[in-house]
Design a protein around this ligand. Structure first.
Ligand code: OGA
Ligand code: FE
Length: 285
């Protein structure tokens, strides 16, 4: 169900630093583990920009997956324990699939990955994830999109090899992220999302993410004054933020929705540390 929308309130904008990518001629490489001696964890430094982030709950019209590339849904989960891997796979994946089909009108969907993040006290300086395991919310996180043109295209064969085998007949598909708080209303390091209509192809820089056993490719993002950022204040457990990370259709739809965790300027000292789950879902039309 769509959430009731509070309209027309002014002043619901916060300012916080976001970690853009510094302009570069290199292809950035980011390590998600301790790199070899002398190799920096991030080959290209962040371009930290103080950024206006509007509370999308008070937007004049609610953002949508089809227009800005993100949308908030009231969708309580029946999962009792998100630390129970088996229950998350069995119950939560199915819930996200049902929601994905309902949201998009797709014919088939599959969750292929999920990550539970719990921030630990004593905030580390973070980038795309926490050094070591990549699981903590990335305070002042790097602005990124989880897939690039190339890694988005490669995903289909990894998730649904039977469909990929049909070649060009397979038709359109997309990748959606489902992001939910596990701890009640989020005050600590919420997630900001960038209106996809304000992002130009030239803002996105393919970047390698190295894990101990493999490499992935994401986009990092160059700063542009055109970017319009939002977050949903105090997201609660019964809500899910859905945002587009790839679309095989190259025009007329949002394709990439950059996002980053950030620090709210005024957080009560006793605010619970953020815990969240994100699930990635491939949808075929
Ligand atoms: C994501 C993501 C960062 C965070 O959901 O794709 O990058 O801090 N999340 O939750
Ligand atoms: Fe991400």
């Amino acid at each position: 169900m769509h959430l009731p929308h509070r309209q027309g309130h002014a002043g619901a904008v916060v300012h916080a630093p976001l970690g853009y990518l510094s302009p570069t001629d290199e292809s950035p490489v980011n390590y998600m583990f301790e790199p070899p001696p002398g190799v920096p964890r991030e080959s290209v430094p962040a371009d930290v920009r103080q950024t206006a982030i509007a509370d999308a709950r008070q937007a004049l019209r609610p953002p949508s997956l089809a227009r800005e590339g993100f949308e908030l849904w009231d969708a309580p989960s029946r999962v009792a324990c998100f630390d129970d891997e088996e229950e998350v796979r069995r119950v939560y994946h199915a819930e996200c699939v049902a929601l994905a089909l309902q949201l998009t009108g797709g014919r088939r969907a599959q969750v292929f990955d999920h990550l539970v993040r719990r921030r630990e006290p004593g905030r580390p300086a973070l980038a795309l994830g926490r050094p070591g395991d990549g699981r903590a919310p990335s305070g002042n996180g790097r602005v990124h999109n989880d897939y690039s043109e190339a890694s988005g295209r490669r995903r289909l064969a990894l998730v649904m090899p039977d469909e990929a085998a049909r070649g060009t007949e397979v038709g359109r598909y997309c990748i959606l992220n489902f992001w939910r708080s596990l701890n009640g209303p989020v005050l600590d390091t919420p997630l900001a999302v960038c209106d996809a209509t304000t992002v130009q192809a030239g803002d996105l820089v393919a970047s390698e993410i190295r894990y101990p056993e493999r490499s992935g490719e994401i986009y990092q993002c160059l700063h542009s004054p055109a970017h319009r950022w939002s977050y949903f204040s105090a997201m609660d457990r019964h809500e899910v933020l859905v945002f587009k990370q790839y679309d095989s259709q190259v025009s007329g739809v949002p394709r990439f929705t950059p996002h980053a965790a950030f620090d709210l300027p005024e957080v009560p000292p006793d605010a619970p540390l953020r815990a969240s789950i994100e699930a990635r879902c491939l949808v075929l039309f």
